[in-house]
Design a protein. Structure first.
Length: 84
């Protein structure tokens, strides 16, 4: 019975299609951009126009950081995050 508790099930390996974050980031960025255009077209800049612009900027910075960490991990840098 002790062996049953210590043995862990191995997780199922995901396909490459499910590991790539780029399609999700592109879709969400497109929605932020659409919201920004809608804010500019309707004149609601001070409300949700600024929020849409901030979403685009923060998303771009976050994705750039992710890409640089993944590049460093593939190069084999010691300080890079693993599993990206």
């Amino acid at each position: 019975m002790a062996n049953e508790r210590t043995e862990r099930a191995q997780p199922v390996e995901l396909g490459q299609r499910w590991k790539d974050p780029a399609p999700v980031v592109i879709a969400i960025s497109a929605l932020w951009l659409l919201g920004l255009f809608a804010a500019l077209a309707t004149g609601h800049w001070s409300g949700w126009g600024e929020a849409c612009l901030a979403g685009l900027v923060v998303g771009t910075l976050g994705f750039a950081l992710f890409l640089s960490q993944r590049r460093a991990a593939r190069r084999g840098d010691r300080t890079a995050q693993r599993g990206l």
